[in-house]
Write a new protein. Structure first.
Lengths: 399, 399
């Protein structure tokens, strides 16, 4: 029986829109399958990795698991901000891109999504700049806090890489940047990202830089970290993850870098985040961290890159096909995502239905990522070679 | 160089008091060791487990680790609220205490501390009842939200088990109850806990029930879950953990039960927490959940109970010794903690220094857990048998 309680809830939650994107997709696929039970559906909508982990990583986690039942190697509470053995490796990883971090700037966590959500905890209300289309978590976490969100328009003209312009007031913002981007696959080059850093400096703003897809970068013109940009450490928190780089979506490990030199209201941002994490978080499993450590060994990096190459071969096949067909898209070069303009002026959902019915191929309607996503479509390279090739063969006949 | 940013921080963080409890303890121990380099210090202050995991659990995690590098058993993103295989086992575990849960009421997480911290996210500002002395996380997370905190006094008279009384206004509160308690080791019996449930019903309040130490309960008079109390499901969210039960402090797994029948402001609390978790959390590692699943197998429970018995043998030795000495204390029966009144009217820190100097034994001054902790001292049973016996021998000579 329903029981009614009288305490106050966070009423901002009532302003959240339910996202039906993936459930709507599943409903439509299900309805189609009921009418066409023999259809061989190929899913290119999936944003999750599919390649098994390199053996060097699973072996490390297996050993760490067994260590936990031995008296001499058992581990209790992990350090709240991560084992130094892992933080050292993350620091070394950044040195590949000539970025030098302090160990104390690195906070290991259970994933980028948690950190992106929890970061707002340390801030008061602010005006927020978020690109549209976008990963829905940026928007929803700000609605939960009743922040004023201003969308910056990604579109065909700016190749879905919006830059700061004169329409923005000269005042401090929290700015979300995801590059290489989910869902558009577009990535800022050095010069473009430097414009955002300089805008943040001019306005006293903070950039929350989501680098979850950095490992897919193939062009030397694209920065892996915002700290490669001069002044980046003055304006940006960087959130990164082992999810896509190492196939860790099921393992849960990420990290956030909060440079120790940033001061706000007389408080260091790094201390503030440390206080949040030590109060509301208790660190990451030793086993997980042993796995992440193995990812960042020489062998681990080599093996992870083989998996990334597998996905990027799919991306290349898709990209070459869309180029051949003269379709407009972003991504597919330094990203597992291809963001395709729907052909013949179709809407996102019309093209979804078209691909489903004509090719039995399922992708993600761009309209689900914001109003500027209408008329676009996300296709991913996380399938198998075989499925990707077959999907292309089928699309060849109708596009 | 320091860079000053202009965005707004959460100013409530400035009202947090730095806790120096454990760093002060370490400083004093270090200073003593410098003067007495040969002293053989025994630490009975530690709140972390020390027994290695049962083999059945580490084997399960080792196997799950290896599964992640096989094509057919690789797992991507886990379900956000936990794998059903684990939720089923948790549901069965509750059935031992005649509590029937819906699977959808169980949210698996990376630990009780995260959930306790994050739960406040779904609430607006409320008046909060927190016992004193207390686990500092309850207080700090409410300071971060600028909630009005009213302390309810635990003391020798109520055996550190405060009950609702007429001094409390008839209005809705969020009430924190931890039973068996950290730091006092005291546990509410059925009758006492029913008084809190009935107070919550009368006032429209919510109880956040921290059951992290339930597995230590040895008396049939003490409930393992607040849902054993009639009406408990109308008023309480229960947070629990594998940390102490299974020695999972280094593995990170807990769960929170939000009954699906509780409605606030026209919204189901269960949906609200689901929305929080699906937006700011991405589930728990498959390997961890495979380990937790093994904990709750018949063999796992048996093996975990052996470790708990080991600790409880220490508790019994300590308890019998303090009884023999005529000292007043709570805990040590259904809890790994003994909460001792300092002898001869000593303050918490005086007794700390006394034990350090006379016995080379380190415990935790009660004053660190709130003003009502002054004059009390926490001793834990998480050491080895040998160390615990030796500490008792030494204390025998001076107490």
């Amino acid at each position: 029986m329903v029981y009614i309680m009288k305490i106050n809830i966070n009423k901002n939650y009532l302003n959240l829109k339910e996202s039906y994107l993936f459930s709507d997709i599943n409903k439509k696929v299900k309805a189609y399958k009921e009418l066409n039970p023999n259809a061989d559906i190929i899913r290119l909508g999936i944003g999750d990795v599919t390649r098994p982990l390199p053996k060097v990583i699973s072996d490390a986690m297996s050993k760490a698991s067994l260590d936990m039942s031995e008296k001499d190697t058992f581990k209790g509470y992990p350090p709240e901000f991560g084992y130094d053995f892992l933080r050292e490796r993350i620091k070394s990883y950044y040195e590949r891109y000539n970025v030098s971090l302090n160990l104390n700037d690195i906070f290991v966590s259970d994933g980028a999504k948690s950190d992106i959500g929890n970061l707002l905890d340390i801030f008061g209300n602010n005006t927020i700049l978020i690109p549209d289309p976008v990963y829905p978590v940026y928007v929803d976490t700000n609605i939960m806090k009743n922040n004023n969100v201003i969308f910056i328009n990604g579109n065909k003209e700016n190749k879905f890489l919006p830059l700061p312009d004169d329409s923005l007031e000269n005042k401090p913002y929290i700015i979300y940047i995801c590059s290489p981007n989910n869902p558009t696959g577009a990535a800022y080059n050095y010069k473009e990202l430097a414009l955002w850093v300089s805008f943040a400096k001019k306005t006293g703003s903070l950039i929350i830089y989501d680098a979850a897809y950095e490992a897919f970068i193939q062009s030397s013109d694209i920065p892996h970290s915002i700290y490669e940009i001069e002044g980046g450490k003055d304006v940006a928190i960087e959130v990164c993850s082992f999810s896509k780089f190492a196939g860790f979506t099921g393992i849960r490990c990420g990290y956030t870098v909060v440079p120790s030199n940033i001061e706000v209201d007389g408080v260091y941002l790094n201390k503030l985040w440390g206080r949040r994490q030590s109060t509301k978080f208790n660190g990451v499993s030793y086993i997980t961290q042993a796995g992440a450590y193995a990812c960042l060994s020489d062998e681990g990096i080599l093996e992870c890159k083989k998996n990334l190459s597998y996905y990027m071969e799919n991306a290349k096949l898709l990209k070459d096909f869309f180029l051949e067909k003269g379709l407009w898209f972003t991504g597919g070069i330094s990203s597992p995502y291809i963001w395709l303009e729907c052909p013949n002026g179709m809407s996102s959902w019309e093209f979804f239905q078209f691909l489903l019915e004509k090719c039995n191929v399922v992708g993600t309607p761009g309209a689900g990522f914001g109003k500027n996503g209408e008329g676009f479509f996300r296709i991913t390279s996380f399938g198998t070679h075989e499925a990707t090739k077959e999907a292309i063969e089928r699309m060849k006949k109708v596009l």
